[in-house]
Design a protein around this ligand. Sequence first.
Ligand code: CA2
Length: 148
Amino acid sequence: MKLYILNGPNLNLLGVREPEQYGSRSYADLLEMIRAHCAARGVEAVCRQTNHEGTLVDWIQEAYAERADGIVINPGAYTHTSVALLDAVKATRLPTVEVHISRVEAREAFRQVSYIRAACVKTITGHGLQGYLEAIDFLLDGGGEAPR
Ligand code: CA2
């Protein structure tokens, strides 16, 4: 199996600031956690981070073209603004899990809106970096039926 693990804007800054919100571990730590977990579970993980909305759209389309089995995505602030990401996930019909490190539902009103959520099979919020591993397990353990 092959999963795409996509991260949006500023997530490369993890551990640099706002530890009360996002913890003290770095993006490199996150990559290492995902690498170890996927190796243990025997799944290939393609991990990417970008600050650009269109690049996330390109990678969602790439996951489809490469016949990936699912996507784990933390779209960062594009969660709250991007119809393009919603359309991309809808179009590919790949089972997609939305992950947020913080508990977005307990933060500012604008963070409680998620456009991409309507196309996702699951949303995990507030579980820190562990949330990515839970999303991977969900997809691997049969939760990956595409919505429709
Ligand atoms: O909780 C999450 O995972 C978020 O997707 C993170 C985004 C935020 O815009 C979403 O509302 C919720 C922001 C990531 C920014 O990460 C930083 C890390 C260190 C220092 C500053 C920002």
